[in-house]
Design a protein around this ligand. Structure first.
Ligand code: NAP
Length: 348
């Protein structure tokens, strides 16, 4: 692996904030990755694994160690009757994989069109959108164990998938190197589970539509919300959703409802285990933070209340101060703690 020094990380993230990596390199094979980890361990250097940078916030002090960009290539599609297995290396661009699967007439990831980032990052937070999540179709996740240097394969049941999380999220032990999905051989999408998407497609809830139509419509919806990374759209200079939708129990829900002004209808959705999922975006707007709210060089996207945007030349300190202001405002209004969705790394 070729290593460069003092490499700016901001251009490697969709938010475009943060400091430099003391050392930086790109790996294109598992052996190269293993060697890079061993070399760093030998000199006690911390290692940051970089994927697409779409869910990453680097602090202004940067990364005092080695940053490794994962560029492992390769997609293999194997037919298996009514289904096919799709095995993709961690460095494959997620949306390229989705496009290739749909072109091959394989259904199960179409609602996840237009999501930025790389395949290897998707199991970490069980990426989901418009009624699908990667856990619906993942067969297994192959990881490199940083403690042992060995490869391990976790079948889906062992991955600890839950709402926007997994066994891998928040752990520095495993680096995802490959993911296998099982997709249905079908030119029509799986039954639609997201009313906004069904409406846009003109299909009844639970109905079905051609894969290509679903992909086009999801990307249009995402673009309308600044959620397609596009250099021409300043509202997309974000990390997507900055906060996770809170999941609350009945006691928390009752406490929250008691704070709502009479006649207010709050969106809520049944979640597993008898819990209730709330809309973080709704809470933010109703705590007084409108779309477009701006503090200096950072703000809330004009297209979506859940995205924090770098309006040009911002620092991470400014961004995190805005995030903190929003968290405090939502807590004061509703008693709910908003938890950031992106991974925040580095030193102040
Ligand atoms: P929205 O339609 O404004 O709704 C707000 C939230 O309510 C969504 O996040 C969604 O949760 C939930 N919701 C809405 N209808 C639902 C239903 N019928 N059943 C269960 N939950 C429902 O959402 P949005 O922010 O524009 O996002 C649209 C979709 O794209 C969502 O699925 C969202 O997760 C996804 N998305 C994700 C990111 C990201 O960075 N991770 C960015 C943009 C969009 P869920 O999030 O659980 O679906």
């Amino acid at each position: 692996m070729d290593v460069s020094c003092d490499v700016p990380l901001a251009p490697r993230t969709t938010l475009g904030v943060g400091g430099v990596a003391r050392r930086f390199g790109t790996v294109t094979s598992i052996d190269e990755l293993r060697d890079a980890l061993a070399d760093a361990a030998a000199i006690g250097e911390p290692v940051l694994v970089l994927a697409g940078g779409s869910n990453l916030v680097v602090r202004d002090g940067g990364w005092h160690g080695l940053a490794v960009a994962i560029a492992l290539p390769g997609i293999a599609i194997v037919d298996d009757g009514d289904t096919a297995t799709v095995t993709a290396a961690a460095g494959v661009v997620w949306d390229d994989l989705v496009a290739q699967c749909l072109d091959a007439g394989l259904a199960g990831v179409e609602c996840l069109s237009g999501i930025p980032g790389l395949v290897g990052a998707t199991p970490m937070q069980n990426v989901g959108a418009y009624g699908q999540e990667v856990a619906d179709t993942i067969e297994w996740v192959r990881v490199l164990d940083r403690h042992t240097g060995q490869l391990e394969t976790f079948r889906k049941a062992a991955c600890g998938f839950a709402y926007r999380t997994s066994l891998f999220k928040g752990s520095t032990r495993w680096i995802v190197v490959e993911v296998q999905f099982r997709l249905a051989r079908d030119r029509r999408a799986a039954p639609l589970r997201y009313p906004e998407l069904s409406r846009a497609l003109g299909v009844a809830d639970g109905g079905r539509a051609p894969l290509a139509d679903v992909r086009r419509t999801v990307i249009e919806l995402r673009r309308g919300k600044g959620m397609v990374v596009d250099a021409a759209d300043p509202e997309s200079r974000s990390a997507g959703s900055f906060f996770v939708n809170p999941i609350v129990n009945s006691v928390q829900l009752a406490a929250l409802e008691s704070r709502l002004p009479a006649g207010t209808t709050m969106p809520r959705f049944a979640a597993s285990g008898g819990l209730t999922k709330l809309s973080a975006g709704w809470l933010i707007e109703h705590a007084g933070f409108a779309k477009g709210y701006t503090v200096g060089r950072v703000g809330i996207s004009r297209k979506h209340a859940l995205a924090l945007v770098n309006r040009g030349g911002a620092t991470t300190t400014e961004l995190l101060a805005l995030a903190h202001e929003i968290q405090q405002g939502v807590h004061a209004a509703f008693g709910i703690e908003l938890v950031p969705e992106p991974v925040i790394v580095g030193v102040d």
